[in-house]
Design a protein around this ligand. Structure first.
Ligand SMILES: N[C@@H](CCC[C@H](N)C(=O)O)C(=O)O
Length: 261
């Protein structure tokens, strides 16, 4: 079978996108997901995204990590909105469905503003924090994120028994100003550091912003800049959480799948 694919990136978090409105791909075929995301034997990406029709929404985003596991992906969702716009499914505004529920988004000049799900609470974990922003995120504040051993420490926390069996993503956050942070993330499902993680920087912004009483946080990642704005509720929750940043088509092509897939 031949598949037409589109490669997108959002602050260096990269995704293979497939217009699967014709339902040609079997989402249970994890071998296929891994093959497409493999950087040596496939196209190469942190994740695969299928765009499908949905009766109640503009489209549905199905997201897979490179290892075939499913989760919510903030950067992937921003790229999916850019892809849906490219395909002519949406214009400047959309309402779509992801694994964690409905989302809204705005797109203009390559920037996508994504409304994230509400967050009820930030949990303390000794000196660290845990926040679920559609996917699970452990947050640790560090003094110098550039020299921090993100892979080694991230992998250890990702497999900590407190997060078993699902595991967690792990974010290391260096404060730069009272409203600005640098974030590096070890992502489960990629099992490595990625250049940026949208749900991760959102979790980091909520934890950092609530500590500093700021509701608009500038974010730096290895792959570029994002921002997160939100409202803090009286009961320790957060709503109106927007993840804002660029999403870009890098290239497109066709791939012939081996017969065993
Ligand atoms: N890169 C993503 C997060 C993808 C999901 C994560 N790896 C998980 O398994 O929870 C983002 O931009 O949010």
């Amino acid at each position: 079978m031949e598949i037409t694919f589109y490669k997108y990136q959002g602050t260096g978090n990269d995704f293979v996108m497939v217009d699967d409105r014709g339902r040609r791909l079997d989402e249970k075929n994890l071998g296929l997901v891994r093959q497409l995301c493999d950087r040596k034997f496939g196209i190469g990406a942190d994740g695969l995204i299928l765009i499908r029709n949905h009766p109640d929404f503009d489209f549905e985003m199905i997201y897979f990590n490179a290892d075939g596991s499913e989760s919510m992906c903030g950067n992937g969702a921003r790229c999916a909105v850019a892809f849906a716009s490219f395909l002519g499914i949406i214009s400047s505004k959309t309402r779509f469905l992801a694994i964690d529920g409905p989302h809204e988004a705005l797109i203009s000049g390559g920037q996508v503003e994504l409304l994230m799900g509400n967050v009820d609470t930030i949990e303390s974990r000794a000196e660290d924090f845990f926040v679920n922003t559609g996917s699970p995120h452990h947050i640790r504040l560090v003094e110098d994120v550039h020299t921090y051993p993100v892979f080694e420490k991230g992998k250890t926390i990702r497999y900590d028994s407190v997060y078993s069996p699902g595991g967690t993503n792990v974010n290391f956050v260096q404060p730069l100003a009272e409203d600005e942070i640098f974030v590096r993330t070890y992502e489960r499902g990629v099992e490595n550091e990625t250049l940026s993680c949208g749900t991760g920087v959102t979790a980091a912004a909520l934890a950092f912003g609530s500590k500093n009483n700021q509701n608009l946080i500038k974010i730096n990642t290895l792959g570029g800049k994002l921002s997160v704005k939100f409202q803090m509720g009286k009961k320790g929750g957060f709503d109106n959480i927007w993840l804002i940043g660029p999403a870009e088509l890098v290239f497109s092509g066709k791939i012939s799948l081996p017969p065993n897939l």
